[in-house]
Design a protein. Structure first.
Length: 223
């Protein structure tokens, strides 16, 4: 199977270089240079998107928010910004990874492969009920009292990991490794932000937080 990768990058030299590299790795690759075209091309549902944050008209963070509800594939940010707040904002917008420039092409390829490998793993067809909360693992959906709660991809993956291992405490670094699939790049702040957002959405739906903090360790599912 040849995966389709969309490169959203306003510097044509960089975009063309990435396209050539990905094609050598047997991917189908195409690029666009502005956000209006990016929104149109994202409608074709690529298997993965490489998204430069510093885009004209609309920056990559805004673009990610604009397409995330209709695009389910992994979105990997490419950026020269390396501040913690920038990373948190990127993940909160629905991004799946944050690759800081300059980066090596082998590293980029490894990250792409990691995300695509996660995507192609066979889905386990099952659902579990935890009091008011139902997690449908086959549909990748979460319900409270019969009403669907909308979680972004990483929020859902955290819920999936913790709920399938109810009562088991996971360290933040372990959650990062298991959900993002990239060892050695864990960031406690990113995990804490995602947990905060999950709890808020459960609270807004009128049910308990489901995820308990285990002090000195991390988090566990108690729903």
């Amino acid at each position: 199977m040849s995966y389709r990768i969309l490169i959203i990058e306003d510097e044509i030299e960089v975009a063309a270089m990435l396209k050539r590299f990905l094609q050598r790795k047997s991917y189908q690759a195409d690029y666009c240079l502005d956000t209006a075209e990016a929104i149109r091309m994202a409608e074709s549902q690529p298997d993965l998107i490489l998204l430069d944050i510093n885009m004209p008209q609309m920056d990559g963070i805004e673009l990610c928010r604009a397409i995330r509800d209709t695009v389910s594939c992994p979105i990997l940010f490419l950026t020269a910004r390396d501040q913690e707040a920038d990373k948190v904002e990127g993940f909160a917008a629905g991004g799946d990874d944050y690759i800081v420039k300059p980066f090596s092409l082998p590293e980029l390829n490894a990250r792409i492969e990691a995300h695509l490998r996660r995507e192609r793993r066979e889905k386990v067809i099952q659902r579990k009920i935890f009091g008011q909360v139902t997690v449908d693992y086959s549909a990748r959906e979460v319900y409270a009292g019969g009403e669907k709660i909308y979680f972004n991809r990483k929020e859902y993956e955290i819920i999936r990991l913790l709920s399938l291992n109810r009562g088991q405490a996971f360290e933040r670094g372990t959650i990062y490794d298991r959900v993002w699939g990239l060892e050695g790049n864990g960031d406690d702040t990113v995990i804490m932000e995602h947990i905060r957002r999950i709890r808020r959405k459960f609270a807004d739906a009128g049910c308990g937080p489901c995820i308990e903090t285990v002090w000195g360790i991390g988090y566990k599912w108690t729903g």
